[in-house]
Design a protein around this ligand. Structure first.
Ligand code: NAP
Ligand code: MG
Length: 478
């Protein structure tokens, strides 16, 4: 069994009362690591440490170049520890090792490099005033940031929050999800090795409700809360934060619509549609879980898509050939499997897929579900896609927008004007045309409707993790 502690004030420590919990490998369904189980008291210790590091320590007072150098060193250490970090996430929550190694870990290193450089080179505005004054903007660090992360991209989502927070001079307390704690401790160890001052990046493990998560969101000493997770949790966190009027950034659930028009390059659309729903076993907020196909190509598209889904390799996520691993936990497996029964009870059909051994679900296609069916409206968060036909562009747009979520959508068409029109008409945070998941870290990332509040990425992260201050100065007495 491996062991992972909290990291507070530069030390890897046990919980105040010594409590621990076990992290379960969803492939073997056996515990593989012992993890410190924090309480509200451990959270307060971490907040106090981060507060002191912010109020009295060097970090917020360093130049962007000095901080950037340390963050680049951390990125290099992440790259050098790719295998260890990839295996930690894969063992904790079952995502295929090919994905953690080739995507999640490199992207985590890139998050640090990008935000370090972005903070260093991004100019601030000046506002020359015609009356003998000028105004300019300072982007001062906000203070102590609480980062609460989900289990589906453990390292990547944590670093997407920590990197901009640190680059802009804040100190951080990270709470990873209890299903995926290991990579957070490894990251904090590497941050110390890179030379980040003690107390700048702290990690506290433990549960959300009535525990570490709640203590972080209710603390008056926390200046920003950045949360990624379920929409229902987002509401709870928003209410807790309101007590102190703490600004909150929420990246929440999704039910991405994928619109495939008859004029699309079908091979290309099938390839992306498969990736959009089945990568990470569908445990992706951005998953293209509602696949709308224009009626003229519906049968052919469905046949090609089904063949590709059935060809996917299921198995041990630690095997580099595996494409579909187990779901992250027994509880989550039962939730996703339950939706297969919901679908059939509602009169829809399992066109392919269904339960496999252990906590694995085969790539599943549901047909014959109505637009109002639960499987069409609710986030399943597994390898389950609902395929529905549409007639024309207006139908496609109105079906896509008929959702409580508004995180993202995809459109496949060779008609450039149509791609722009549809992108304009969709009420979502991101539209991908003829692609999926491609990211420019300068672009806004976040969701409309129940998919979130606020945006992160580039200057959007700067707005959230700083306290923009206007300074107005007289230049000449008039
Ligand atoms: P979750 O159940 O909402 O949990 C997310 C985090 O919040 C965990 O660390 C959890 O702790 C913590 N938490 C739970 N209750 C809390 C409370 N009352 N106060 C403070 N913290 C609390 O989400 P998940 O199941 O881990 O992740 C899946 C969800 O995340 C999906 O809905 C997915 O769409 C969404 N997601 C969104 C994005 C995006 O960018 N929009 C990206 C990835 C995932 P414990 O569970 O450890 O108790
Ligand atoms: Mg959850």
């Amino acid at each position: 069994m491996e062991s992972f502690g909290h990291v507070i004030g530069g030390e890897e420590v046990a919980s105040v009362g010594g409590a621990t919990f076990e992290s379960v490998d969803p492939w073997t369904r056996a515990p593989w690591a012992t993890v410190a189980l924090g309480s509200a008291e451990d959270a307060r210790r971490a907040i106090d440490t981060a507060r002191t590091a912010f109020d009295d320590g060097p970090w917020p007072r360093m130049s962007f170049a000095e901080r950037g150098q340390l963050l680049h060193r951390l990125a290099d250490l992440i790259d050098a520890h790719t295998d260890e970090l990839a295996l930690a996430d894969t063992t904790d929550m079952g995502k295929p090792i090919a994905q953690t190694t080739s995507h999640d870990v490199p992207r985590s290193a890139r998050n640090f490099r990008f935000f370090a450089d972005h903070a260093r080179i991004t100019p601030a505005e000046t506002f020359p005033m015609p009356d003998g004054h000028h105004a300019y903007t300072r982007y001062d660090p906000a203070g102590v940031v609480a980062a609460i992360a989900p289990w589906n991209f453990p390292l990547m989502m944590a670093t997407w929050k920590i990197a901009p927070a640190l680059a802009w001079g804040n100190t951080v307390v990270l709470k990873p999800a209890e299903q995926s704690p290991a990579s957070a401790t490894i990251l904090a160890r590497l941050a110390l090795e890179a030379g980040l001052p003690p107390g700048v990046l702290n990690v506290v493990h433990g549960y959300g409700p009535s525990s570490v998560g709640q203590a972080l969101t209710e603390s008056p000493d926390v200046d920003r809360i950045t949360f990624t997770g379920e929409s229902t949790t987002g509401r709870v966190i928003s209410r807790a934060a309101a007590g102190n009027l703490t600004p909150v950034s929420l990246e929440l659930g999704g039910k991405g619509a994928n619109l495939v028009f008859a004029d699309a390059d079908l091979d290309h659309a099938v390839r992306w549609a498969i990736q959009a729903i089945y990568s990470n076993s569908g445990q992706v907020c951005l998953a293209g879980s509602r696949l709308y196909v224009q009626r003229g190509i519906y049968d052919e598209f469905l046949a090609r898509f089904t063949a590709a889904a059935e060809a996917m390799v299921l198995g041990d996520p630690k095997d580099p050939a595996t494409q579909i691993g187990p779901l992250s936990s027994q509880e989550h497996y039962e939730k996703v499997a339950g939706y297969l029964d919901v679908a059939t009870a509602d009169g829809a059909r399992l066109h392919t897929g269904g339960r496999a051994d252990g906590w694995t679900i085969r790539p599943t296609v549901i047909t014959g579900a109505g637009q109002r069916a639960r499987v069409t409206q609710e986030e399943i968060f597994g390898p389950v896609v609902v395929v529905l036909p549409f007639d024309d562009e207006a139908d496609a747009v109105s079906a896509a927008n008929d959702s409580p979520y508004g995180l993202n959508a995809m459109v496949f068409t060779r008609d450039l004007a149509r791609a722009h029109r549809v992108a304009n008409a969709l009420r979502v945070g991101t539209v991908w045309a003829n692609c999926f998941f491609v990211r420019d870290l300068r672009a806004p990332f976040g969701g409309a409707k129940n998919s979130g509040v606020g945006r992160e990425g580039g200057t959007y992260s700067r707005e959230f993790f700083t306290e923009p201050k206007a300074v107005v100065m007289e230049i000449a007495a008039s």
